[in-house]
Design a protein around this ligand. Structure first.
Ligand code: GLN
Length: 491
């Protein structure tokens, strides 16, 4: 069996049994990165020497009997997480050069667990996008291909580098961040599992901010169990993030085994949207049958404000982004383009440093926050956001989890949807409501499209009930028995 066939759980067992060393595992993954990254562009920065050093330390820790399930496991870290001493870009030229002097809490926790960092994964600039095409460091290619076609496809976004890295076996798992779907949609596009935990479950400290009331870190991996192992290490209260929740972190890996017998699963009528690809609707129906067969009770539910989700998201997220990105002024971080005076320097720096999508969001954000429009847009959006949250609260009095599709289509071609931002934003139609409500949601690979591309189903849970999300996702994973692999991968 090839070393690349091991999952995180499998590799942890092999490491514990001594049948493979961390140095062997990491050397193989460093090799896969060297071979495939020039083609796929999943990493912006690779750190093979650092990875090898960390692998040696992991072997010593395993020998000393002090290992965690992640000790010696090679990971990709999305390049939105600040990593001490390692260049961090947010895929934006405006940060070039930026070498953080501190580590984000989440990547620091993974480090403390003994995980190994292979490099910093590519993303849409400042995590704004659904295709990875807005990266200032070039697009990422999806390792999957349509059957009989060589066309280059997007891996989804914004955590598309993380997704491509794990799918192509250039990492065993990855960190992502999800503001409106950036973990779930790329996971669906690349045949992976990925969870956006409850807002507040993982610390945002040291994650470059996009929209602070929505941003959440989470794991992406080959299966549900691996995501649970990663989230166990990533989650937890942090005094450095005032929105981090002071809650006990349960054993997520144990929840994977729970089963769904007796659980009530809600099927929201509003997610049956006109024009959704019939393949996706059919897969959703299959998912419903699988859960029924596994002993769950299916309940028809209504989330009446779903139709406002995208509009609310694309007001709230740009508003927060315009404020968060005000700090990139050529003074404190990264790039500077000199001008005749201070204002001119700000303007030249921001004009040169930000890409088109980021500029669009800043303009929308400042507009909806401006005097005279604040009430009509931002305040209204906040009110509707509250109604969306109330929809979920009402429904979760009746059901334990909700099942929906993850995305309205399979992976699309590189360059498609780029000239029409609204079509691009439609990618997020199924993922943004859970983000606005702050509830946990996971995408799990459930089948292939007629063209041979992976499709995902989404499981949404109550606040801080990731355990049920894991249990339901694992039941779908088991029933789906999704085993296909992408064309481009380390073998
Ligand atoms: N695609 C969404 C956007 O462009 C979500 C991005 C994200 O979750 N970071 O804003």
């Amino acid at each position: 069996m090839s070393i690349f066939e091991l999952t995180i759980a499998g590799a942890a067992k092999a490491l514990a049994a001594g049948s493979v060393s961390a140095v062997e595992l990491v050397t193989a993954y460093n090799g896969a990165v060297a071979e495939l990254n020039p083609r796929l562009n999943a990493y912006i920065t690779v750190t093979p020497e650092l990875a090898l050093e960390q692998a040696k330390a992991a072997d010593a820790r395993i020998a000393a009997g002090d290992a965690t399930p992640l000790t010696g496991i090679p990971l990709a870290i999305k390049d939105l997480f600040c990593t001490e001493g390692v260049r961090t870009t947010a895929a934006s030229k405006i940060l070039e050069p930026f070498i953080p002097q501190y580590e984000s809490t989440v990547s620091g926790k993974l480090k403390a667990a003994g995980a190994v960092m292979l490099g910093k994964a590519n993303l849409d600039e400042f995590a704004m996008g659904s295709s990875n095409a807005t990266s200032g460091y070039g697009p990422v290619e999806n390792p999957w291909k349509r059957a009989g076609s060589d066309a280059r496809l997007v891996p989804g976004g914004s955590s598309g580098g993380s997704a491509a890295a794990v799918a192509a076996r250039m990492a065993l798992g990855a960190t992502g961040t999800d503001t409106g779907g950036s973990i779930r949609q790329p996971a669906a596009f690349t045949g992976l599992a990925g969870i956006k935990p409850t807002y507040g479950r993982c610390s945002r400290y040291g994650i470059i901010a996009f929209a602070s009331s929505l941003d959440q870190a989470g794991p992406m991996a080959r299966n549900v169990e691996d995501c649970a192992l990663l989230l166990n290490a990533m989650a937890g209260f942090d005094t450095k993030d005032s929105t981090s929740a002071d809650r006990v972190v349960p054993d997520f890996a144990a929840a994977v085994e729970r089963g769904v017998k007796g659980l009530r699963i809600g099927i929201p009528a509003e997610y049956r949207m006109d024009g959704t690809n019939p393949e996706i609707v059919a897969l959703w129906e299959k998912g419903i049958e699988w859960l029924k067969d596994a002993g769950a009770e299916i309940v028809d539910i209504s989330l009446p404000h779903t139709k406002y989700g995208l509009a609310v998201y694309y007001i709230v997220a740009p508003a927060e982004a315009s404020s968060n990105l005000a700090r990139y002024d050529g003074v404190r971080f990264g790039a500077r383009v000199d001008g005749v005076d201070l204002i001119d320097m700000y303007e030249r720096t921001r004009a040169a440093g930000f890409g088109a999508e980021v500029k669009r969001r800043i303009m929308i954000g400042t507009y909806v926050l401006s005097h005279g429009y604040y009430d009509a847009y931002y305040l209204k959006a906040q009110k509707v956001r509250n109604l969306i949250l109330r929809d979920f609260t009402d429904v979760f009095a009746k059901v334990d989890a909700i099942l929906t599709p993850t995305a309205p289509s399979a992976a699309f071609g590189l360059g498609e949807k780029m000239d029409d931002p609204v079509t691009m934003y439609l990618n997020d139609v199924f993922t943004v409501p859970a983000s606005l409500a702050g509830v946990p949601a996971m995408s799990v690979p459930a089948g292939l499209s007629a063209e041979g591309l992976p499709l995902g189903l989404q499981v949404i849970g109550r606040h801080f009930d990731e355990e049920t999300v894991f249990a339901v996702s694992a039941a779908i994973e088991k029933a789906a028995g999704f085993t296909p692999l992408p064309e481009l991968r380390a073998k």
